[in-house]
Design a protein around this ligand. Structure first.
Ligand code: ADP
Length: 394
């Protein structure tokens, strides 16, 4: 069965077509800078025949044009891998949040309405998935669409992990609670850990990338996570604030004349690693600047300290820790961040093997006899989604 996985960003679209259950990738496509009049990257690869089509400056006016260009290649005689749209069993989306639908759902009007309802909580994500889904529905009306919501994996959290200490009716009436995100990534990490550690273990999965979150995993299941109702809490993000005191907002509005939009913009665009360092929202630039720039170093120190604080807290809540897993652009590539974080866990018996992570495969960084294991796991959210769609009865 062929499952197409769609990952939609503000100006980018990524696709992977899987054959399930073999998990073979048949084709993939990456479209960047959608809507840019000067053009953007369009790359397509037929993984079976090794045929690649790359255009560095293809003008893609909107999502629909991008999706149609991809589907034309996918079904073409020379570069394609399928005969027609009907060979796609379902399209799975890395959707983020829909009011009232927090798991894996066949997308219908109610799921779309829930995504509209929560536009204000996940504006940077829901907008683009709504566009992508509606475009696919128009082009392929007979194909089932499945939203694998980023909240799905965290549905196993106990109440004491997901409730905030606000008036109880805020939760009952308005649904204000911790939902958690990055579910496709954390569940893929949990699958990898289960393969290596068996079914009984306590671990923390650290998804550190353009946005970052940590999840406490007990026996494969999420028991706590650092994202909350929104993706604006927890770790400092690249340009978004992590945890802040909500009274910052009241103070700025009541005493300093900020509008709500100004505060929101500052928290989303001028905070996090960028806000502290004043250098960049790309950690590579900040790491490069750090030896000569106090604020850049401070940004890295704060980021790592927060990661340590969460891991330590989760270890205490779970009553032990067997493994720490790093994934995402930073988790996989930044030896600086990993090293700084791991330097705190000698007290749990951590013994590093002194080896580097190898690219593109799961690496174990700890010595054989270390009671606490450390893994670097290349993120594969798309496969996590394909697995969950394949497991559904459609
Ligand atoms: P996204 O979360 O947007 O999908 P990624 O998971 O690819 O993105 O992570 C992007 C982040 O990873 C960027 O902030 C980038 O600086 C960081 N990154 C990538 N490679 C490295 C590296 N070698 N060292 C430090 N940071 C890195």
């Amino acid at each position: 069965m062929n499952i197409l996985v769609c990952n939609a960003g503000s100006t980018s679209l990524k696709f992977k077509l899987y054959d399930m259950p073999s998990e073979a990738v048949l084709a993939e496509c990456r479209i960047e800078r959608v809507g840019d009049g000067n053009g953007g990257l369009f790359s397509y690869k037929n993984e079976q025949k090794g045929i690649a089509v790359t255009e560095e400056q293809k003008v893609i006016p909107d999502y629909e044009a991008g999706i149609r260009a991809f589907l034309a290649l996918l079904t073409s005689r020379e570069q394609g891998v399928i005969g027609g749209h009907s060979d796609i069993y379902a399209v799975g989306y890395k959707t983020v949040l829909s009011k009232g639908h927090y798991g894996v759902h066949v997308i219908d009007d109610a799921v779309l309405a829930g995504m509209e309802d929560y536009l204000v909580v996940a504006p940077a994500h829901n907008t683009f998935y709504l566009q992508a889904i509606r475009t696919f529905q128009k082009i392929m009306p007979a194909t089932p669409m499945v939203g694998v919501f980023e909240t799905a994996y965290h549905q196993t959290m106990p109440k004491e992990a997901y409730l905030y200490s606000t008036p109880y009716e805020w939760y009952e009436k308005y649904g204000l609670r911790r939902y958690g995100y990055h579910g496709a990534s954390h569940s893929y990490v949990a699958d990898c850990l289960t393969k290596r550690l068996g079914y009984e273990y306590k671990a923390v999965s650290c998804h550190l990338g353009g946005s970052g979150s940590l999840t406490a995993i007990e026996n494969g299941k999420s028991v706590d996570t650092s994202f909350g109702f929104s993706l604006q809490v927890g770790l400092p993000q690249m340009s978004r604030a992590g945890d802040i005191d909500p009274y910052f907002i009241f103070y700025l509005m009541k005493e300093e004349g900020f509008t709500i939009d100004q505060v929101e913009q500052d928290l989303q665009k001028r905070s996090g690693i960028l806000g502290i360092s004043g250098v960049s929202n790309d950690l590579r630039d900040v790491e490069k600047a750090a030896p000569q720039n106090e604020r850049a170093q401070l940004a890295i120190d704060i980021y790592c300290r927060e990661i340590v604080r969460y891991i330590g807290g989760y270890a205490a809540i779970m009553g032990g820790l067997d493994a720490i897993a790093f994934t995402g652009g930073i988790g996989e590539n930044s030896a600086t961040v990993r090293g700084k974080v791991l330097s705190h866990f000698g007290y749990l018996g951590l013994r590093l093997a002194g080896r580097e992570a190898s690219r593109g495969e799961v690496s174990t960084l700890t010595a054989e006899d270390s009671p606490l294991k450390v893994f670097v796991i290349p993120a594969n959210e798309e496969l996590g989604i394909a697995r969950q769609v394949a497991a559904m009865r459609l």
